[in-house]
Design a protein around this ligand. Sequence first.
Ligand code: PAF
Length: 283
Amino acid sequence: MKIFKSKTDLKKYLVAQKKNKKSVGFVPTMGALHRGHLSLIKKALDKNDITVVSIFVNPTQFDNKEDLDKYPQTLEQDIKLLESVACNVLFVPSVKEIYNANVVAEKFYFDGLEHQMEGKFRDGHFDGVGTIVKNLFEIVTPDVAYFGKKDFQQLQIIKKMVEKLELPIKIKGMPIFREKDGLAMSSRNARLLPKYRKAAPFIHKTLKKARNKTATNNVNEIIDWVKTKFEKHPLLELEYFIIAEETSLESVTSFEPKKKYRAFIAVFAGDIRLIDNIRFKNN
Ligand code: PAF
């Protein structure tokens, strides 16, 4: 695997590959790689001539300094994992390489997608995500980029950005990868204290039960049911639970035929914030 720290060197390498008509798949990450990341990377390897993975803990998308400082960094182990799946290229830039001295986010308008859920609770988060992903897309110029559906709002926002900037990049959303007990895989799971790790599968279990209620309960009843479940939980604290239309991400109060819906949740397990989502049947 080739490892690049310099964007100029990576660009030079990729220009040469593209001249040879090689297709490029791209998986941007913040490292602390787990099996969820590997599923995206394997897909990219399968569908493209060259797969580039980036590892960059992007400071401008964190609204909480402690979360940024404590974000798991496991580069050596990540490199081993990437080598085990025969990844072609790793890009690990420094903050200076990406931002120079100006560590600030560009302002984006994603047609309102940025004001829902994570945008409401994590100030400036999607400006930070938009800034880094746009920047990485300019460096890597991939044919296809892969994002996990665990961050479903991020996925919709990246699709919107690509559409607005008219970038010739296909964005692929990949299924949520879960632990055996249902917990959505996340780099932050490694920071959960054992009692919170044990409690965390309750999130997905509750989402599944909520989904099963669509035949018998209306949207408000389902929301109230979920809130009560968490109020009674001794360890997990609900930040939000909403049911939203998949494309606009606007929360709904009733289901309409032919539209797609998803439930979204954010929960604190101690000081670790976990998010998850589930597709709802439309009936
Ligand atoms: O999903 C992530 O890991 C990050 O938000 C991303 C897309 C790599 C941008 O920093």
